[in-house]
Design a protein around this ligand. Structure first.
Ligand code: NAI
Length: 331
């Protein structure tokens, strides 16, 4: 039998946490033959709710779940973890300045970076979900210098999956037949959902999305804004932000990273930029990646047209500004 993998979920008493932990315990993230031990962290005001989640995990009698650690102590939560999914953070409340929200999250991610660096298992893989996801991941990277930069990522897979969903609805095809969309840049409304290399499997073979949709005005307009603003549309409809789709995307992200992407398919991940595609280096930027043997590689050599270039640059500028704002909170 396989050794259990320890998976940390921070903010586990929150909405995404509540959707995510049962998925992990069912094997959705790491495979149906991989036992897991869940580590759940939240803050003291949520301790009772967190314990309630733990009670439900016991009640669900998940065969793969070999243990549960529920704690408000970051060191205990981080000890020995192989995978860390960082969902906990400080949300933007009405009337709050961007800088104030940034400052709260910078201090959370700075201290959790140290706890992970000192106590996580070697080669721990980190996924930051909490917003501002890219910049929280960057702060975590900066304050956990002994964790390899390639192990620290942020979630843009939800945006990627939203783009697949929009194309599948537009063409009335199965979402599993659509692939290779790209989310470039920031997990924010400046992200660029790009379909220029996306394809659909049809009865007569693989076809470019551009050839099948034919409606360039939609692809260059409404499609992009729908994906960019989908989070806000969910909040309007549900009065709560996306949780099941975010949890599912987090599982997709880790599963593909650990177990590999299918041949011929790439996915979007926020990763430490090396300046590929002339994106700013030294920020966490979402790129198309393939994964193999537990490592991601940015897909190289894709043609970027003028329309796309502007959008890649715009979201890059925003990330550089966010980085500066985050650093100004440190001093
Ligand atoms: P939520 O407010 O329901 O849950 C957040 C939880 O984090 C709460 O239980 C809170 O007590 C906890 N928390 C706060 N500070 C903490 C700390 N220092 N350590 C540990 N836990 C802490 O929020 P929800 O809906 O679950 O969303 C979580 C985050 O995910 C938000 O920042 C949200 O903006 C972000 N998000 C990101 C998405 C993405 O695609 N990257 C998609 C959807 C949400």
């Amino acid at each position: 039998a396989k050794e259990p993998v320890r998976v940390l979920v921070t903010g586990a008493a929150g909405q995404i946490g509540y959707a995510l932990v049962p998925m992990i315990a069912r094997g959705v993230m790491l495979g149906a033959d991989q036992p897991v031990i869940l580590h759940m962290l939240d803050i003291p005001p949520a301790a009772e709710a967190l314990n309630g989640v733990k009670m439900e995990l016991v009640d669900a009698a998940f065969p793969l779940l070999k243990g549960v650690v529920a704690t408000t102590d970051a060191v205990e939560a981080c000890t020995g973890v192989n995978v860390a999914v960082m969902v906990g953070g400080f949300p933007r409340k009405e009337g709050m300045e961007r800088k104030d929200v940034m400052s709260k999250n910078v201090s959370i991610y700075k201290s959790q970076a140290s706890a992970l660096e000192q106590h996580a298992a070697p080669n721990c893989k980190v996924l930051v979900v909490a917003n501002p996801a890219n910049t929280n991941a960057l702060i975590l990277k900066e304050f956990a210098p002994s964790i390899p930069a390639k192990n620290i990522t942020c979630l843009t897979r939800l945006d990627h999956n939203r783009a697949l969903g929009q194309i599948s609805e537009k063409l009335n095809v199965q979402v599993s037949d659509v692939k290779n969309v790209i989310i470039w840049g920031n997990h924010s409304s400046t992200q660029y959902p790009d379909v220029n290399h996306a394809t659909v499997m049809t009865p007569s073979g693989e076809k470019p999305v551009r050839e099948l949709v034919k409606d360039d005005a939609w692809l260059n307009g409404e499609f992009i804004t729908t994906v960019q603003q989908r989070g806000a549309a969910i909040i309007k409809a549900r009065k709560l932000s996306s949780a099941l789709s975010a949890a599912s995307a987090a599982c997709d992200h880790i599963r593909d990273w650990v177990l590999g992407t299918p041949e011929g398919t790439w996915v979007s991940m926020g990763v430490y930029s090396d300046g590929s595609y002339n994106a700013p280096a030294g920020v966490i930027y979402s790129f198309p990646v393939t994964c193999k043997n537990g490592e991601w590689t940015i897909v190289q050599g894709l043609a970027i047209d003028e329309f796309s270039r502007k959008k890649l640059d715009l979201t890059g500028v925003e990330l550089t500004e966010e980085k500066e704002l985050a650093y100004s909170c440190l001093s």
